[in-house]
Ligand binder design. Sequence first.
Ligand SMILES: C[S@@+](CC[C@H](N)C(=O)[O-])C[C@H]1O[C@@H](n2cnc3c(N)ncnc32)[C@H](O)[C@@H]1O
Length: 326
Amino acid sequence: MVNTVTSTVTSAVTSAAPLASTAPSASAVPSGSTAPSTDGAPDVHQYAPEWLELRESADADARAADLAADLLDPLRNRLRLAHLPSRTATGMTVHDLGCGTGSMGRWLAPRLDGAQHWVLHDHDPDLLRLAAARAPRTAADGSPVTVTTRRGEIGSLTASDLADATLVTASALLDVLTPGEIDSLAAACTGAGCPALFTLSVAGRVELTPSHPLDAEIADAFNAHQRRGELLGPDAVDAVCDAFSRRGATVHVRPSPWRLGPEQAALAEEWLCGWVGAACEQRPGLVARANPYLVERLRACRAGELRAVVHHCDVLALPRPTNGAT
Ligand SMILES: C[S@@+](CC[C@H](N)C(=O)[O-])C[C@H]1O[C@@H](n2cnc3c(N)ncnc32)[C@H](O)[C@@H]1O
């Protein structure tokens, strides 16, 4: 067992790259692999479906804690008011940005009443295929749920791409966006008077029990990795709140931490490897100390002795309605 762990850790920490496809924390470490497609746009493959599946139930648990009452009720009220006239005819149109395998739709569609058409956006065509195949078929009240997919870059979305939206949503996406992309998104949603629900955005804080002297340094290097280039990483929640507030929207924020214990050991192991791997990619000088650290953390995880709270936030932004709803 220890040999297996050691070889996993060695390859993870010394190269960091193998972990990029599984990705730590909310959205995390794009590997940037691309392949040509038939219509000229690059196909992007950054996130392994296995990683997204592994985290789906932890994401659902994290959202359920506060989101259900604190954010979903105001959202339902807004949707009801904004959408009454056309509800029975065409239903709502929900745009899910960075849908991955469609986890947000599986969580949210059965919690909303009324017919829904989901437009699933991602730049990875394989994930879009999975998301369409696994989409929920019925709403909370039994109304039909349909889906279409759109391959493309979130950063290229314009207000007209979202003009038909009743709701824009995303989960575990904001940290890989830039300030300009967040600003455009806020402009598009507020321009359309459309509510936006962004769940599971990394907050940049992690609590490990028992603690270790290297925890803070790894966390710091990981956060720096998330902020590489122009990416917002853990600053994304503040940026999105600011971008919507500046445009007159009411913004609600709630915590949605992952609470990982022995029952989520597989997710915790994968997260740990990605977290430490990204930290080492950012600060290669950490590798010599991070290697034994990760061996010890994985051993504790497998022994059921490690607990991790990985902090995230959910954000509900309610722009001023454009159709008279309040
Ligand atoms: C961490 S995953 C989250 C997937 C899904 N929302 C979930 O909660 O399981 C981030 C997703 O966003 C997509 N993505 C990231 N950056 C993107 C961009 N700039 N344009 C389009 N899709 C993007 C990735 O392909 C991936 O599917």
